[in-house]
Design a protein around this ligand. Sequence first.
Ligand code: ADP
Ligand code: MG
Length: 298
Amino acid sequence: MENILTTTNISKSYGPVKALNNLNIEVPKGSIFGILGPNGSGKTTTLSILLDVLKPDTGTYCWFNNPNDIYYRKKIGTLLETPNFYHYLSAKDNLKITEAISGRGNEADIDKAIAMVGLHTRKHDKFSTYSLGMKQRLAIGAALLGNADVLVLDEPTNGLDPVGIVEIRNLIKQLGEQGKTIIMASHLLDEVEKVCTHFCILKHGNLLISGPVKEILRNEDILVIETENMAALQQLLTTLPHFIELKQQKSFCEIYFKSNSISPAEFNAYCFNNGIVLSHLEVKTKSLEEKFFELTEN
Ligand code: ADP
Ligand code: MG
């Protein structure tokens, strides 16, 4: 897959605080890429560097696979801080002002951006009459001006009510389906799991892990086992309600269960009590919560 962004060994310190330590990430084109980490882990620092708001101490990054692309910033819409919209103006008039100040987009883009964030029926209403979710949708609309290919959003659901959070998550997914690449910071594992296709985890400025959500955050426990009696085992598995699937490898097999549904010891005992002896039993992956906790604790 083509990458839209590659970073190479980016580091940044604020005095004694090492905010980022040799960050290497690759963001595939068309992905919704989550930068996940607790407060202070370096998410905003990362986004600020990628948008040229902040200079890294060392390291480089490349957008659109082209280090010489001087127009790359025009293709990137950003939402780092909540924009200051005028409360007594409509969505449309607010975006006209944003357009005039930022130089991004034109009149036609404004209507398109408003439609993309689902505010077309309310575009002439005053900003002050909008719900929190609608206000944030307009902020994302502002980032879309000029038909940006990439959106960079810093904690886009922060400060919203539960309804607004759902609205914004759905909007981000929709924009992703329309082909935008979205890079978003979040401190919520659950959010990244729900919204993102790819993600990385930062902890104290260090990259812990990076890759597709589906591969890293499998909500399943996997037991790797060996037995002489495969046929009986297959039969037995069908009686376990939390069994998902069995993958036969060469000499062993992998059994997928819903996470936290059965412990290895329980499984072993269950097999033994049904006349199946396991010659090997090993936990392959842990559930997502456990994994995240392990990755981010301390
Ligand atoms: P996050 O967005 O993940 O919460 P930040 O990138 O804002 O993390 O911060 C990373 C670290 O850098 C934190 O320890 C934070 O206190 C520190 N930091 C961020 N900005 C500044 C600054 N302007 N001056 C000094 N330290 C800063
Ligand atoms: Mg931040």
